[in-house]
Design a protein around this ligand. Structure first.
Ligand code: FES
Ligand SMILES: [Fe+2]
Length: 323
């Protein structure tokens, strides 16, 4: 994150992120209490955020700390910005947008593969004009490989197990994989389809509210980290990790070599992820538009995973409404 404050939107809440003088990430409401302009238009001075308009300064706890033209008989306004619990972990900033008192009991999901030297990561951003539930349904529905053709890592999934509780839906598919990452040149399978050989691999996918986690055998781990903006806009981060678990010789090389290897190949699969995203986004935005045109329509659903996901999302929405 640059020295300039960064504006994000998380479920209708405008939030500004910045780093204090110690490098700690601070997350505050992005609305100056003076005239309600965006504080993300402003600057950072030491530990404080400075509004662009009249230069009022706000401390990391959200309180107004300085007004440049305060008269001697005037007191600082007592207004305070909402402050959000936030932490940095595994290459990402994790923000808790709910009741602050519950933040400690809801630890972030984390992505241990991000820093781990035995995993090569690739990432791509998903920006879709659709409700986040369409994206979760898409990610849990392994029967939509038809859309992706040769870009799909797996093939022929058959739903074999489905488990659900109040926080997650877990689906196990018996599937096949095109890739086996056991040779140093295995990555060429990405580029040359003739090198791929189908073999059975378990495919596990889980909606772990609010994110998605998947694995294909021992070679691949995937995440989709969700940042829903509002009812019709969703941002998410798709992450793909290839395991180097089978390269035992590489594990014995010096750390600097392993780091070099990881850095060199980081994002080598991003172009595939971007293609998958393009194809999915086209479908998701059409689903959203069709939903807006026909909100009462309910299509037939033949994947039990999706029925479970829809049930859980409805339950979660009901709980949120009660709160
Ligand atoms: S609007 Fe922010 S200081 Fe006036
Ligand atoms: Fe897809």
């Amino acid at each position: 994150m640059a020295a300039k404050p960064l504006a994000i939107t998380l479920w209708q809440q405008p939030i500004v992120l910045y780093r204090d003088s110690q490098g700690q990430v601070i997350a505050l409401e992005d609305r100056c209490p003076h005239r309600q302009v965006k504080l993300s238009e402003g600057t950072v001075a030491g530990d404080r955020l400075v509004c662009a308009y009249h230069g009022w300064q706000f401390a990391a706890d959200g309180r107004c700390a300085h007004v440049p033209y305060l008269e001697p008989q005037q007191k600082l306004p007592t207004c305070a910005l909402r402050r959000y619990p936030v932490q940095e972990l595994d290459g990402f900033i994790w923000l808790f947008p709910g009741d602050e008192a519950l933040a400690a009991s809801r630890p972030p999901l984390g992505v241990p593969e991000w820093e781990h030297l035995n995993f090569i990561g690739s990432s791509a951003v998903i920006d879709v004009q659709a409700h986040y539930s369409f994206l979760i349904e898409n990610l849990m529905d392994m029967y939509h490989g038809h859309l992706h053709g040769a870009a799909q890592v797996w093939a022929n999934p058959v739903l074999a197990d489905l488990q659900t509780d109040e926080n997650q839906v877990f689906a196990h598919y018996d599937a096949e994989s095109y890739y086996r990452i056991d040779k140093i040149w295995s990555a060429t399978q990405l580029l040359i389809p003739a090198l791929r050989k189908l073999h059975p691999e378990p495919l596990d996918v889980a909606y772990q509210y609010p994110h998605w986690v998947a694995s294909l055998g021992d070679d691949f781990k995937l995440y989709c980290l969700f940042c829903p903006m509002d009812e019709t806009r969703t941002r998410a981060y798709l992450l793909h990790f290839t395991s180097l678990g089978r390269f035992t010789k590489l594990h014995k090389t010096p750390l600097a070599v392993r780091r070099f290897f990881k850095t060199t190949f980081t994002n080598s699969a991003s172009f595939v992820l971007r293609r998958l995203i393009r194809e999915d986004v086209l479908m998701l935005e059409q689903e959203q538009q069709a939903f807006e045109a026909h909100p009462a329509y309910k299509g037939p659903e033949l994947n039990r995973t999706l029925t479970a996901v829809q049930q859980l999302i409805r339950q979660q929405a009901a709980v949120a409404q009660e709160a």
